[in-house]
Write a protein that binds this ligand. Structure first.
Ligand code: COA
Length: 260
């Protein structure tokens, strides 16, 4: 446990906040462990429908704590063991079934950017900036960003971030496709909260299944249509669909609050 990560649950939303402003929210091993634990427990809790990551004003996170990592790299317990908390967090990014949303104000560096590629929705302020300076540090990309980034934006655009270590602004991130929307800084929290509320009120298993389908490994369109078709048919007899259809017929707002 570390007080550099704040975890709170409200209205079916778990918010994981990076809270180490004096070090630009640089992530230590203790912080990675707390984040991973919060993600894992949220994913097992049917009462949680959305996981939200956020930072402090003007800073999402400056990525891995450089000091902590230098110590970890030379740790007698072994590099692999020292890096285990990071791996646990990165694994959670891939395995979490609950939709994940990031709210980015100000700077996002390193894993502060690559984690966004695993989020389902990313909202940022106009003053947000994004940089993955792996090569500038003599490192290589992580969190599967070397695969996801070229797929999202094309090799040449990804190369500016992953080879040149270039810093980009919010407008560019939106154009490149790894940010969902850019909001005026003063409106960011309110606008993002409205979208998160909508997501948290939708039929939960339908949302999780839709996310799982979107995250499936590429396959032939025929195979994908078969998988979707089976799920679609099964969901026609789900309680969630019955509630949606009956609300439509009786011209009332559907209520999915009782579903898990
Ligand atoms: N790890 C450890 N400490 C960090 C850090 C990081 N990733 N990022 C910032 N800090 C610390 C600074 O050392 C400084 O500490 P100090 O006040 O004790 O000297 C404090 O946070 C404020 O940072 P500072 O550099 O003064 O702020 P800035 O606004 O001028 O610059 C950054 C902010 C993020 C651009 C700059 O700190 C930076 O480049 N950090 C490293 C980012 C990085 O390379 N991350 C790893 C990617 S793989």
């Amino acid at each position: 446990m570390t007080n550099h990560i704040l975890v709170s649950d409200k209205d079916r939303v778990r918010t994981i906040s990076f809270n180490r402003p004096d070090k630009k929210n640089a992530l230590t091993r203790a912080m990675y462990t707390t984040i991973a634990e919060a993600m894992e427990s949220a994913d097992k809790d049917p009462g949680i429908r959305v996981i939200v990551f956020k930072g402090v004003p003007e800073c999402f996170t400056s990525g891995n704590d450089m000091v902590d990592f230098q110590i970890a790299a030379t740790n007698p317990e072994g590099r692999e063991a020292a890096m285990a908390p990071v791996k646990r967090f990165l694994d959670a990014l891939i395995t979490t079934k609950t939709p994940m949303v990031s709210i980015v104000d100000g700077l996002a560096v390193g894993v502060g950017v690559t984690m966004l590629l695993h989020c389902d929705l990313v909202y940022c302020s106009k003053r947000a900036s994004f940089q993955t300076p792996f090569t500038a540090l003599g490192l290589v990309p992580e969190a599967a960003s070397s695969q996801i980034m070229p797929a999202v934006m094309g090799h040449q655009q990804a190369a500016e971030l992953l080879l040149l270590s270039k810093k980009i602004d919010a407008k560019t991130a939106l154009r490149l496709g790894f940010v969902t929307r850019v909001f005026k800084t003063v409106k960011l929290d309110k606008k993002a909260a409205a979208e998160i509320k909508t997501l948290s009120e939708l039929p939960p298993s339908s949302v999780r299944m839709a996310k799982a389908l979107m995250r499936r490994a590429p396959e032939s369109l025929t195979e994908r249509m078969d998988v979707e078709g089976r799920e679609f048919s099964a969901r026609l007899s789900s309680e969630e669909f019955i509630e949606a259809a009956s609300a439509f017929m009786s011209r009332r707002k559907p209520d999915f609050s009782k579903f898990e």
